[in-house]
Design a protein around this ligand. Structure first.
Ligand SMILES: C[S@@+](CC[C@H](N)C(=O)[O-])C[C@H]1O[C@@H](n2cnc3c(N)ncnc32)[C@H](O)[C@@H]1O
Length: 298
């Protein structure tokens, strides 16, 4: 029987990202978002990092460039192909594979740092996804979430696009920093910082005018910020997340069984995968196949 291809979770392909980043507004906005994520991440040398919903690999490649050993997962094959091409173009190693935030194909405690940017708005049960991200963190490891803030004109615009028929935005769920914070705390994590960025409306002129004050504002509030970044730490004493703390040794055993069951990650062979036609077609020096060097963790 021929298997139907699985529908991709969003209709935003890699080409749309590339086009967005080439606009003055996109370039400025991306610079602020990257700045905030990597400020929260701090030094990355030799850390094992998971990028959940890696998309075309912009954050994953930057983390690898900063010395991390990076794994990126995404359910959209076109995005994974674009991420592989980006890694090749930047000459960094990435391990890439199919995976969803709600059921991560990794053992408990695998990563030093997990981050996920602009993904949870496409996930119905964000709390479950956050529990999964907490599970795959080692004790003492950190989770960094970057999300489109519900209380922002940018989310409002996308909400209207959803009402006007956009499939991607119709099913999107925008959350507040407080909601994400609560889910992180409920997953047993200790929230360390909450920051905002992108306080301007979605116009290049307004962006240019307001960008110099963006970081100053973002340290003080998140209301009105299009982008919020929340950083949290997993307690060092935990053996498998909040359930193990509550449930004692029996729960720890359960977590260990979970570890055993969930080791199903199969990285794509990026040395053989051809980049999907048009995936990031306008990138200068775009390779037609991904790197021949082995990926980071393989
Ligand atoms: C807006 S893009 C963000 C990509 C990247 N994180 C970035 O910020 O450049 C959202 C990504 O989330 C992925 N995605 C959607 N649902 C997902 C899920 N349930 N688990 C993991 N990734 C998902 C999409 O395929 C897409 O690549």
């Amino acid at each position: 029987m021929v298997q139907e291809p699985r529908p991709t979770p969003t209709q935003i392909g890699p080409a749309a990202y590339d086009t967005w980043r080439r606009t003055p507004l996109g370039a400025l906005t991306e610079r602020l978002e990257h700045g905030l994520i990597f400020e929260a991440a701090g030094r990355l040398d030799d850390l094992h990092v998971l990028d959940v919903g890696t998309g075309d690999g912009a954050f994953a490649v930057e983390a690898a460039r900063r010395g991390a050993v990076v794994t990126g997962i995404d359910p959209d094959p076109a995005m994974l192909a674009a991420a592989a091409a980006r890694a090749h173009a930047m000459d960094v190693g990435l391990q890439l594979g199919d995976g969803r935030a709600e059921q991560l194909p990794f053992a408990d405690g695998t990563f030093d740092l997990v981050f996920s940017v602009a993904v949870l708005c496409f996930v119905a049960d964000a709390a479950a996804a956050i529990r999964e991200m907490a599970r795959v963190l080692r004790p003492g490891g950190r989770l960094i979430l970057g999300e489109l803030n519900r209380w922002s004109s940018w989310a409002g615009l996308r909400y209207v696009k959803g009402l006007a028929g956009s499939r991607t935005w119709r099913s999107a769920r925008f959350r507040t920093a407080a909601q994400l914070r609560r889910s992180m705390a409920a997953a047993g994590l200790t929230v360390m910082s909450v920051d905002g960025a992108v306080f301007y409306p979605q116009f290049a002129a307004a962006a240019r005018l307001m960008a110099p004050w963006d970081r100053w504002l973002g340290r003080r509030m998140t209301f009105g910020a299009a982008f919020v970044v929340i950083s949290a730490r997993k307690p060092s004493t935990s053996c498998g997340g909040p359930s193990s703390i509550r449930g004692g040794p029996a729960r720890c055993f359960g977590a260990a069984m979970g570890t055993w069951r969930r080791q199903t990650f199969t990285p794509i062979d990026i040395s053989k995968r051809r980049v999907a036609a048009g995936a990031i077609g306008t990138m200068p020096g775009l390779p037609t196949s991904s790197p021949s060097k082995p990926s980071g963790l393989a």
